[in-house]
Design a protein around this ligand. Structure first.
Ligand SMILES: [Zn+2]
Ligand SMILES: [Zn+2]
Length: 269
């Protein structure tokens, strides 16, 4: 089980199943030292998700949207976990990498510096990302690295896989982290060969990675069966994992908050 899990969703993401507090209690009971709750950016369209995954029946036609900016503002400004919970909460967000917009992601810049963890991912939903080819996906992921984000989420998905060599090189150059996502592997969405190539290149080019369950239910938190096997198989260097220990994760979060602040408020020093 992961000690620090950098990617999970609460019921605020609409297609996930537990509240923040239920997630934290499960994490605490299972001795996770920290979890990041990274609900989807307001841009995610759950209606599209539902239509694509299962059904076009009338009952789903009503628009079901995800969390909105006020949710994140309350989460950031006011929410404190109960003091009985020892697991540390990192307040995060998973924003969308955009394909046909002048912005690289849909994270509102006025709020970007306030999170502990910002993941940017491609979700190929019509309003967000229209996949053309691997060059285009690579270009969009690399462009997102200059936005105020920390981690490229699930970058080895079969349906929208970038060219690994330029991606890993750009991440190493720009100090952005690539994610090794357990759910993508568990659900058969990730391309295993591409994931191994990502890890092999990352080890060679000193590119850091983040480990995550991408839990959509409390009892998925900390799951690492799939990623643990790949880390072993590739002999991946533990020093390149940003959340292998709580201390490493805290150092990473602190540093990235400063980087994001510089990117969004360059004169604030
Ligand atoms: Zn995602
Ligand atoms: Zn996610």
């Amino acid at each position: 089980m992961l000690r620090v899990d950098f990617h999970s969703h609460s019921i605020a993401s609409v297609h996930a199943l537990n509240t923040i507090e239920e997630m934290l209690r499960y994490a605490d009971e299972h001795a996770l030292e920290a979890i990041a709750i990274t609900d989807h950016c307001p841009g995610i369209d759950n209606t599209q998700w539902l239509l694509q995954h299962r059904t076009d029946s009338d009952c789903w036609k009503e628009r079901i949207s995800g969390p909105d900016v006020p949710y994140f503002l309350t989460f950031l400004s006011r929410y404190r976990p109960p003091s009985s919970i020892k697991t540390r909460l990192f307040k995060g967000i998973e924003c969308n990498i955009l394909s046909h917009s002048k912005e690289a992601t849909d994270l509102p810049s006025f709020i970007a510096h306030r999170f502990d963890v910002v993941i940017a991912s491609v979700h190929p939903l019509p309003s967000l990302f229209e996949v053309e080819d691997r060059e285009q996906i690579t270009r969009c992921m690399i462009a997102a690295m200059d936005a105020p984000i920390d981690i490229i989420g699930h970058p080895s998905q079969r349906r929208y896989c970038p060219l690994m060599e330029p991606l890993v090189k750009a991440a190493a150059d720009k100090g952005v982290v690539l994610e090794l996502n357990n759910a993508s592997l568990k659900l058969g969405k990730a391309d295993i060969e591409q994931t191994i190539q990502m890890l092999t290149l990352a080890a060679r080019l000193d590119c850091r990675i983040a480990l995550s369950s991408d839990a959509h239910a409390a009892n998925e938190l900390g799951e690492d069966n799939e990623i643990g096997n790949l880390l072993k198989q590739t002999g991946f260097p533990p020093e390149l994992i940003v959340n292998g220990t709580l201390a490493a994760a805290e150092t990473f979060v602190e540093h990235r908050r400063q980087v994001r602040r510089q990117k969004t408020q360059p004169n604030s020093a």
